[in-house]
Design a protein around this ligand. Structure first.
Ligand code: NAD
Length: 241
């Protein structure tokens, strides 16, 4: 069974849809947005079981309750997909407020850490599991006017490496996906045209959420059985130059 956070957004929907195509799979979808979560549950087809749990990933107890629900209902946790994330307001460092920084760290970094801490409980008991977090190419390259986002996504990549080392002997793999830019609600507050120069830096053009979702299926599954601590870049060539 698979838990997916940020499931109410574009990438979360694409990941959930991809996993739901596996016959008999059980999914627990989680998001802070009731309407987003409802839309994803409605969109996800397949013949498996789909539960939804509202939770703010910056709240450790809430994330624990998501995992507890999943294990209580389905008896195991094969994969935890920590995908929830936020973009700070567009601006140079001196224009980012303390609240902008705190929100980015609370959701992007503590959300990731809370997910690992909760997921390793049942995974250590069962002796296996795969954790896949959503980082970004913004955690590897400089995105002007996005310092809180870049710094927090870089932290996610480092968190994954440490967790991979700490939990390898428990049979738990920990990896992250670093998407390039695909259109989603996360860009809604950007000024008009802000994505145009970013699009031109992607040799294959801007992606769509569905272009990224397969990476989660791969990292969660047996084909990636010897892969841990890695940051898998799926970016239409953005980071290649
Ligand atoms: N869109 C891109 O270009 C892009 C590129 C690289 C990485 N990402 C990452 O992909 C992930 C998904 O983003 P998306 O592009 O689908 O955006 P999105 O806004 O469509 O989805 C993000 C989801 O996260 C949820 N969320 C926000 N804060 C939360 C919290 N505190 N607790 C629980 N859920 C919360 C939102 O309600 C939303 O449903 C994010 O981690 C984002 O940083 C996106």
């Amino acid at each position: 069974m698979v838990v997916i956070t940020g499931a109410g957004g574009a990438l979360g929907t694409a990941i959930a849809t991809r996993f739901a195509a596996h016959p008999g799979i059980a999914l627990v979808l989680s998001d802070v947005s009731p309407s987003g979560l409802d839309a994803t549950v409605a969109a996800v087809g397949g013949g498996g079981s789909v539960d939804s749990v509202l939770a703010d990933v910056s709240d450790a107890a809430a994330v624990q309750s998501v995992v507890d629900h999943a294990v209580g209902r389905f008896g195991r946790l094969d994969a935890y997909i920590g995908n929830a994330g936020v973009l700070a307001p567009n601006g140079r460092i001196h224009n980012q407020t303390e609240a902008d920084w705190h929100r980015s760290f609370a959701v992007n970094v503590m959300g990731a850490a809370n997910g690992i801490a909760a997921a390793v409980g049942p995974m250590r008991r069962q002796g296996f599991g795969s954790i896949v977090l959503t980082a970004s190419v913004a955690g590897m390259t400089a995105w002007s006017h996005s310092a809180p986002y870049c710094a927090t996504k870089a932290a996610v990549i480092q968190l994954v490496k440490v967790a991979a080392v700490e939990y390898a002997r428990d049979g738990i793999r920990v990896n992250c996906v670093c998407p390039g830019t695909f259109r989603s609600a996360i860009h809604d507050d950007l000024p008009d045209g802000a994505l145009d120069p970013i699009a031109s830096r992607h040799p294959l053009g801007l992606g769509q959420a569905v272009d990224v979702a397969g990476a989660y299926e791969y990292l969660a599954g047996e084909a990636a059985g010897w892969t841990t601590g890695t940051a898998l870049v799926v970016d239409g060539g953005y980071a290649a130059p």
